[in-house]
Design a protein around this ligand. Structure first.
Ligand code: PLZ
Length: 446
């Protein structure tokens, strides 16, 4: 590090002239269906900042949607990528294997919690990882039904979007969806669908989900239960205590494959390698992507050896899956997490979040809930605190104000009323506090 100055600096109107020009070209060349959070084009990024093509420096509180946990262009990652790209860029692992893929599988097999034999294989994205976890679970159990949860996001491929809860924008007009997907309530303590208190939401929602699985499907027909241990796109929702444990016990009792989708909350984001670790549950399969590649595209499926080995030879694969350059980047990113102790860094970021953001829930009429788990935080906006009426416009105003002042933050939530904060874990504290102060002021001004 050291090339890009770690401070916020806006030197043009936003978007600047060069970004405006590029936005024009984008509009003519790229379909409107591809979303656009920021109207500025990237030129460089490092640590906790992103520089646009007009020379404006933004504080990055989005990390490219929870990808840049080790920072953008982390030197160790960039070096590993350059060295691998110079040696060979591709062979297709199924055609001619290479060590990096196996080394990465060994790393993940060791990192996933639980003292059991594991296997890993690699794809290109989170959605593909989820698709493949379902394939493995179906092959291993000989069953078809898959259980997913309300507020979940699992990708935009056919099975991914079928498992995803939210219709607009993810599923509307794109049907028919994949069959044999069943949806259960997630424990969302602020909006408990069972009407329970914060403390009781976990057990109450687990009981409701288990009863519905029994009644609607039958435990012996369910291949997999796919769940985010912490909801990401759904609004950084941490389920109530006991929820994941009760579901895992039900899975164990009925031979259901428990799939923890760690694409967003994994890879050190919450202060643990995997967010499921906060619950003590040992998952059968873990899906990874995003942060795993240190900025390069890769998805992983890591599961119990007996499940993974149940798939017939040739049943799993992909042309690019576990590309050698992505594997080299992932190995370097894992090393970075260890060398810089980014697990502790995520915990420290969480403390800053708690100090600065938690008081807002008391002090601001528009803030219904503040949620923090490690370096993953969310502020949920409501127009009526007693009724908890979602207020997406308040979230829009806060985001617009942040973006105008040089802070990148993300929207989330089923009701579009959540502002989500996911900085790179290498962000400096001063930078983080500067970004949060801007957000705080925008929230207080509502
Ligand atoms: N599982 C838990 O969060 C991706 C989506 C961005 P891919 N979340 C960001 C967008 O608008 O499409 C995600 C996730 C969880 C799976 C995925 C899918 O990962 O790498 O985007 O396919």
């Amino acid at each position: 590090m050291g090339e890009v100055r770690q401070r916020r600096e806006i030197v043009t109107e936003l978007p600047g002239p060069r970004s405006r020009e590029l936005m024009e070209r984008r509009r003519a060349a790229v379909p409107a269906g591809v979303g656009a959070t920021m109207p500025v084009f990237a030129a460089a990024a490092e640590g906790g900042v992103l520089v646009d093509v007009d020379g404006n420096t933004f504080i990055d509180l989005g990390a490219g949607i929870a990808v840049l946990n080790v920072g953008s262009a982390a030197p160790a990652v960039a070096e590993a990528v350059a060295a691998q790209a110079a040696a060979f860029t591709h062979t297709c692992f199924q055609v001619t294997p290479y060590e990096g893929y196996v080394a990465l599988a060994e790393q993940l097999n060791g990192l996933v919690p639980g003292d059991v034999a594991r296997r890993s294989f690699f794809l290109n994205s989170g959605a593909e990882a989820v698709e493949n976890a379902v394939k493995v679970a179906r092959a291993a159990t000989g069953r078809q039904a898959v259980v997913a949860f309300d507020h979940a996001f699992h990708g935009r491929t056919l099975m991914g979007m079928s498992l995803t809860a939210k219709a607009a924008p993810y599923k509307r007009t794109f049907g028919p969806l994949a069959p044999e997907v069943y949806r259960m309530a997630y424990s969302y303590p602020y909006r408990c669908s069972a009407g329970a208190s914060y403390e009781e939401c976990g057990p109450a929602c687990a009981e409701a989900a288990i009863s519905a699985m029994d009644r609607q499907i039958g435990g012996d027909r369910i291949a997999a239960l796919v769940i985010e241990p912490v909801l990401g796109e759904g609004g950084v929702v941490v389920p109530g205590a006991g929820f994941l444990q009760a579901l895992a016990a039900y899975c164990q009792e009925h031979g259901i494959v428990f799939v923890a989708d760690e694409v967003q909350a994994g890879f050190a984001r919450t202060g643990r390698w995997f967010s499921i670790e906060h619950s003590g549950v040992v998952p059968d399969i873990v899906t990874t992507a995003k942060g795993l590649g240190g900025g390069l595209p890769i998805g992983g499926v890591t599961g119990r050896a007996e499940l993974m080995d149940a798939v017939h030879p040739g049943g799993l694969g992909s042309t690019f899956g576990g590309n050698p350059v992505s594997c080299a980047a992932a190995l370097a990113a894992i090393e970075e997490v260890r060398a810089k102790d980014l697990l502790s860094a995520a915990g420290r970021i969480g403390e800053v979040f708690s100090t600065r953001l938690r008081p807002l829930a008391e002090e601001c009429a528009a803030v219904g809930d503040v949620r923090v788990i490690g370096a993953m935080a969310a502020v949920e906006f409501v127009s009526d605190k007693a009724r908890k009426t979602p207020d997406p416009k308040a979230a829009s105003r806060v985001l617009a104000s942040c973006h105008e002042q040089g802070v990148i933050a993300l929207r989330a939530g089923t009701f579009d009323n959540v502002v989500r904060i996911l900085p790179p874990l290498v962000i400096g504290e001063e930078l983080l506090v500067d970004g949060l102060e801007i957000m705080e002021k925008a929230i207080r001004a509502l």
